[in-house]
Design a protein. Structure first.
Lengths: 363, 304
């Protein structure tokens, strides 16, 4: 066997290492170079004005700017209806490149012909998103977050986390439970869950409303104001309620003095709503930049940060959720096995009537 | 030389006549001063007209269609019940606020000490200075299931279980009275202050008791101010949103909450506009009717 001197061996090692390093780092250099093309470009984002919107600015917009050099100019609206109003008011004038909003708004804008379809081939991170959460609103929306609702229970007055929604109908909790208010999507999902528990479904909702009517005199309140609900848990005036999302009180639920826990491990499953990013048909920015931004919003790291911040479920199955927040966020396995999504499209035709029925039951 | 002077002419009688320009100058100045107010009023009126126009549209085609279906839909018992509840709570809160406000207004009108006057004014204005959300938390601390009142009642054994004061019409009524209290007191106090004490002295000289003087002299004369206060409270509370939302726990469906439902999850602005127009028209009708009644009673009073 031919021997090499130490000096020559070292020289080969150095050259080999340099070559290996260049080969390994080449894709990153190329990606970096590709991403640099967005430096100096501007993306106009419309998002919520609440904590979720702020988290989107912090975790998606700011990291996107850091990564690509693109400037993100954000406008914020008070709720999905505010966003729809802004886009409708703008008409054909290009105003926003990307909007993050709830399913009902995305469907409404798609139906009004105000959205452009995203090119899914330009969103490589979609490969880690389960098929049912990739798109919605007739293909105009890309799922970026899963709004999840479970049962909120009092950790000080209940021995264990509830495992079934039947706990709400247990007479021993009379006067110490709450339900979501009628106009929220949570009320819709509660009615569907109640219907499923009584042999009905979204399409056969009557058994659900009949079951809910039993709770008329048993509930303390309809949880219109999350801070009030948190305070009622703190003062041990409430034992259990929902369905509700921990995203309504991301700070309070982490504080032990509020006595709040969230249970997603329900035998009937838990309700989830897909949140979307959409592209307005009239958008001032370029499509490469827009698709890069949407792709960034479903990046595993970004998804983990968003989930931890707003306590929503990530759509990316490989999301890296910090350990300390995992008990408030459903796991990828729970999402895959137990998440129940209502049908937005068919809901649109009955939502008005359902709000009336729900309001009449509890008023 | 002023052109207006140059253009002045003499009348057939020989007296100098001011020019048209000179005549219109003060008017022009007055209109100029009024212009900002007029612009503001035009904006307000335009907003009302936009709402009326939108109430005649259909969802998704707000500006390109004409229909009365949104008004027809309001005949649904769901909305009629809500309208009735809204008017009932607005009326009850008006009566309570005025009844509770009369002694306070009288004290403010007749107090001699400037410190007492200021303290009373500060106390009355407090609900306007504190955020509605904070006020609702205040009520939660006092009247909530684990609130101070329930603690006290349980401690002295008057009740075995916490009493539900909140998330009921009674809780909303309490909030409506409290938040609108300044609107009742301030016009009444101002009206009572303007009633000369000579009338009260005359009544006392004729042997009237303090209560008789209040009932037969002071209150009838101050009635326009009492009416103004009442109407302010009624209109304010008929369109109340935050109080029924926060203290009613969505179990007291006043009309403003249903208007909100039409806008927020249902995105049906025409239906929301129609409900808003009906609420506005009803409130204005009640206000106008009350004014007519009070004007008649005032005429009867002064014609005696």
């Amino acid at each position: 066997m031919k021997k090499f001197s130490t000096g020559r061996r070292q020289a080969f090692k150095t050259i080999g290492a340099a070559l290996a390093a260049s080969v390994v780092s080449a894709p990153f250099i190329n990606v970096r170079a590709a991403q640099q093309q967005f430096a100096g470009k501007t993306l106009r984002l419309l998002t919520w004005s609440d904590d979720t919107g702020l988290a989107a600015l912090r975790n998606i917009a700011a990291t996107f700017t850091e990564k690509t050099g693109a400037k993100v100019v954000a406008d914020r609206a008070d709720g999905t209806s505010g966003m729809v109003a802004k886009l409708k008011a703008a008409g054909d004038r290009p105003q926003y490149d990307v909007i993050t909003l709830a399913g009902v708004g995305a469907s409404g804008l798609a139906d009004a012909g105000l959205l452009a379809k995203p090119d899914l081939d330009r969103l490589p991170n979609l490969k880690d998103v389960p098929a049912q959460y990739r798109t919605g609103a007739d293909g105009f929306g890309v799922g970026y977050l899963l709004w999840t609702d479970g049962l909120i229970y009092n950790t000080a007055t209940m021995k264990a986390a509830p495992a079934s929604y039947e706990v709400l109908w247990d007479p021993k909790y009379t006067g110490r439970i709450f339900l979501p208010p009628p106009e929220w999507a949570e009320a819709v999902d509660m009615a569907i869950l109640a219907a499923r528990m009584s042999g009905g479904s979204q399409q056969n909702i009557d058994p659900g409303f009949k079951k809910l009517a039993v709770l008329k005199d048993r509930i303390l309140t309809l949880g219109e104001n999350p801070n009030q609900i948190a305070d009622l848990f703190r003062t041990k005036s409430l034992d259990v309620g929902g369905i509700y999302s921990p995203a309504f009180f991301p700070e309070s639920i982490k504080k032990p003095e509020f006595n709040m826990g969230i249970s997603y491990d329900m035998k009937e499953g838990f309700a989830a709503q897909l949140m979307f990013t959409v592209i307005p048909k009239s958008h001032p920015g370029d499509l490469d930049l827009i698709h890069a931004f949407i792709n960034h919003s479903i990046d595993p790291l970004v998804q983990g940060k968003m989930a931890a911040d707003v306590l929503n479920g990530p759509v990316n199955s490989k999301a890296l959720v910090p350990v300390e927040n995992r008990k408030y966020v459903p796991s990828a396995q729970q999402i895959a096995e137990k998440a129940v999504l209502h049908d937005d499209k068919s809901l649109a035709t009955v939502h008005d009537a359902w709000i009336k029925r729900y309001t009449e039951i509890f008023s | 030389m002023n052109s207006a002077v140059l253009s002045s002419r003499r009348s057939p009688t020989g007296a100098p006549q001011p020019s048209a320009a000179r005549l219109s100058l003060p008017h022009a100045r007055a209109w100029l001063m009024l212009a900002p107010v007029m612009v503001f009023l035009v904006v307000l009126a335009s907003a009302a007209f936009v709402v009326i126009r939108m109430s005649l549209g259909t969802s998704g085609h707000e500006w390109h269609s004409f229909t009365l279906v949104n008004y027809a839909n309001l005949l649904d018992p769901y909305f009629m019940k809500s309208l009735w509840l809204t008017l009932k709570l607005a009326f009850q809160s008006t009566v309570l606020a005025v009844l509770l406000g009369i002694p306070v207004a009288l004290a403010m009108a007749r107090a001699k000490s400037p410190i007492v006057k200021r303290l009373l004014l500060a106390g009355v204005l407090l609900p306007l200075l504190v955020n509605l959300l904070l006020q609702s938390y205040g009520w939660l601390i006092i009247l909530g299931p684990s609130g101070l009142l329930n603690h006290a009642l349980l401690a002295i054994g008057l009740v075995q279980q916490p009493v539900q004061w909140l998330y009921r019409p009674s809780g909303v009524l309490l909030g409506l009275v409290q938040t609108a209290f300044p609107l009742a007191v301030l016009p009444m106090s101002s009206a009572m202050k303007s009633v000369s004490q000579v009338y009260e002295e005359a009544a006392a000289t004729l042997g009237a008791s303090r209560f008789q003087t209040l009932r037969h002299v002071l209150l009838p004369i101050a009635m326009p101010g009492i009416l103004s206060g009442s109407m302010l409270v009624f209109a304010y509370n008929a369109s109340a949103f935050a109080v029924p939302l926060l203290l009613g726990g969505r179990r007291v469906p006043m009309l403003s909450l249903l208007v909100h439902d039409e806008v927020a999850p249902l995105l049906n602005w025409p239906a929301a506009s129609a409900a808003g127009v009906v609420l506005m028209a009803t409130t204005m009708s009640v206000t106008a009717l009350s004014q007519i009644l009070v004007q008649r009673s005032q005429r009867a009073l002064w014609s005696k």
